[in-house]
Design a protein around this ligand. Structure first.
Ligand code: NAD
Length: 246
């Protein structure tokens, strides 16, 4: 078991990549704290400690260490995909994009980094995306800007704590089959007046491998970065995209 004896926190753990990651960490022996605002969906994640929380709630995040204690692994998975260009991005869209993808990361790290430093180490893994400073994607203005900020935040934390045993890495997936991706496919079909199958095929056509990624494949990368086997990796921008940006 690669995470035996470790305490791990995963945000956005009720579905999609966060859920797959929480379940993988659990299966590898970690004590997992699964955080999500969807309490009902969270109830269906077995074998983990569950906390229903809105990750935009500053006070609720600050109170987490009193409940959880020190963590060895922090996986910041939460994010929000706004569809639109800069002219289609209103203030609330911009604010939510940064609240969930960037501010929640910042606040979770501020809450749990002190405990890692006391323990003498830890692994922080932040969810970015191919759509970030890695690559622009049409109609993903606020999303790309917020996920680029996640990379900058990650590199800075990695640099500042490299001598104290804390590693910090960013994960940049291509398009992954998840419930929220399904919603985006349906929305795109409606917006373009095409069928859901056609809209799905358009997402697949961006991927040279001819298929989308699976949440479990991203969870495997999170597991590796969380484990001691990745002890020499910090400040990295880990692309996992089926060859999209190659
Ligand atoms: P998803 O959208 O399917 O699930 C997200 C989870 O986050 C849900 O359980 C939801 O309840 C929870 N959540 C939403 N708002 C919240 C809030 N305010 N507080 C607490 N929980 C909240 O997730 P996904 O598609 O697996 O994406 C997860 C992450 O991966 C995101 O950061 C996303 O940007 C990133 N990502 C996804 C893809 C993809 O193609 N699916 C690609 C690259 C990066």
């Amino acid at each position: 078991m690669r995470l035996e004896g470790k305490t791990a926190i995963v945000t956005a753990a009720a579905q999609g990549i966060g859920r797959a990651t929480a379940e993988r960490f659990r299966d590898e022996g970690a004590r997992v704290w699964a955080l999500d605002r969807d309490a009902a969906a969270l109830e269906t994640v077995d074998g983990v400690e569950r906390i229903a929380i809105d990750l935009r709630d500053v006070a609720a995040i600050a109170a987490l260490p009193d409940r959880i204690g020190a963590a060895d692994v922090l996986a910041n998975v939460a994010g929000f995909v706004h569809a639109g260009t800069v002219l289609q991005c209103e203030e609330p869209d911009w604010a939510l994009s940064f609240d969930l993808s960037v501010h929640a990361c910042y606040r979770m790290i501020r809450a749990f980094l002190p405990g890692m430093l006391e323990k003498g180490g830890g692994s922080i893994i932040n969810m970015s995306s191919i759509c970030s400073s890695v690559k622009a994607v049409p109609g993903r203005f606020a999303y790309g800007a917020s996920k680029a900020a996640v990379i900058g935040l990650t590199k800075s934390v990695a640099m500042d704590y490299v001598g104290q045993g804390v590693r910090c890495n960013a994960v940049c997936p291509g398009t992954i089959e998840t419930p929220s991706l399904r919603e985006r496919v349906i929305a795109q079909a409606a917006a373009q007046g095409i069928s859901v199958d056609e809209a799905h095929a358009a997402f697949v056509s961006r991927q040279p491998m001819g298929r989308l990624g699976r949440a479990e494949e991203i969870a495997s990368l999170f597991l590796y970065l969380a484990s001691d086997e990745a002890a020499f990796i910090t400040g990295a921008v880990q692309v996992i995209d089926g060859g999209w940006v190659n």
